[in-house]
Ligand binder design. Sequence first.
Ligand SMILES: [Zn+2]
Length: 150
Amino acid sequence: MADEYPYLLPQPDALTQGYWDALKEHRLVLQRCRSCQTFQHPPDRTCRFCPDEDMTWEEVSGKGTLYTYVIVTQGILGPWRGHDPYNVIQVLPNEVDPASVSVHNNATYNVVYGNAVEVDNDDLEVGMAMEAVFDDVTDDVTILRWKPVS
Ligand SMILES: [Zn+2]
């Protein structure tokens, strides 16, 4: 745990506070619609699958499959310069219906972004089983990362 964490820290707001609070407790929660029961991530004020606004947080297992990934070979933002290559991955949590995944404005919805740890970038493989790693980067902030299921 280091308060001098060099990378960008999340800025929780009313919509995302529950997600970050759960990570701090080493739990993964996703927003779920009480009306149609669909999970959605990232969270929003209304359900993207029905017009309901009755959203809740539901804890999920922290297990999923590697949906896709990129290897960044030229980190251009200050803190990442010199730390490449590094991976950025998307994980489909086991509880999320793959049919609910969609892409809008260059962002993929209903997968959870992160970094894979405890694995070489060359060994990443779409479809591999992953599990959550809760990285306490400061006293107040926990970042979600993923590792292959051993
Ligand atoms: Zn809904």
